[in-house]
Design a binder for this molecule. Sequence first.
Ligand SMILES: Nc1nc2c(c(=O)[nH]1)N[C@@H](CN(C=O)c1ccc(C(=O)N[C@@H](CCC(=O)O)C(=O)O)cc1)CN2
Length: 291
Amino acid sequence: MVIDGKSIAKEIRHEITTEISRMKDEIGVIPGLAVILVGDRKDSATYVRNKKKACESVGVKSYEVCLPEDSTEEEVLKFISGFNDDPEVHGILVQLPLPSHMNEQNILNAVSIEKDVDGFHPLNIGRLAMRGREPLFVPCTPKGCIELLHRCDIDIKGKQAVVIGRSNIVGMPAALLLLREDATVSIVHSRTKNPEEITSQADIIISAVGQPNMVRGSWIKPGAVIIDVGINPVEDATSPRGYRLVGDVCYEEACKIASAVTPVPGGVGPMTIAMLLSNTLSSAKRMHNFQ
Ligand SMILES: Nc1nc2c(c(=O)[nH]1)N[C@@H](CN(C=O)c1ccc(C(=O)N[C@@H](CCC(=O)O)C(=O)O)cc1)CN2
């Protein structure tokens, strides 16, 4: 089975649109999302543009700040502080990666935990890692991976899950979320010896390493479920962009052996933005005590 993230994300956006219009009708509140982009990376600019479009499509009001590459940390912090104090803004995100002269931690720490719709604030991540403590927000990409499994009726409880990669944005929170869903979780990373021995035991693999086609068919147990987070450009002279996107997983090989696979593009990527909208709506609901 191909897990069609694009159509699942569309379904979620439709549900969010309905909820937003109910909130507007009943209490007159419109969720607001502030996005801060620093620098001139083309990919980041595209993601921010897509976030803005997605906000418009569901009825979230978006506020955008684009700062030049040579901006100072203080300038970014000033905008964050303004959005923290703005009652019409329910979610704040700083597009990553930031220029290398900036301290990412200082900037992410400055976002109010109540508006941290990216779920990257250390308090939200810390709560995610603790039993019995609930984060206010969960990072969008890993949340999207779990949502795909739920919406495809794929059981997680008691399953052997392997996460490939240990980044703060995806690998670590994905492992924590799988643990919260009662999976038995292993993390494979750049220092793991013989990763394929571990992945080939897995019922569920979430791969987030950014290495094109690294996970081969031989790494996969027959019938396993593969969630491919990698979005890797590879040269392709036949494509109008001069490149095409491939995942971390060799898709053709995975399709032959796995029971379900997410494609790239059209798998996890669209879920990231759907989860951002969902977190923004939850934030507005929480702030206005709206059920
Ligand atoms: N502050 C954040 N920064 C970054 C995040 C994040 O969640 N928060 N994640 C990524 C980038 N990202 C969103 O910001 C993102 C990446 C990819 C997609 C997506 O829909 N991809 C499409 C393909 C798009 C294309 O053709 O170029 C797909 O996979 O189908 C959405 C969002 C890093 N930074």
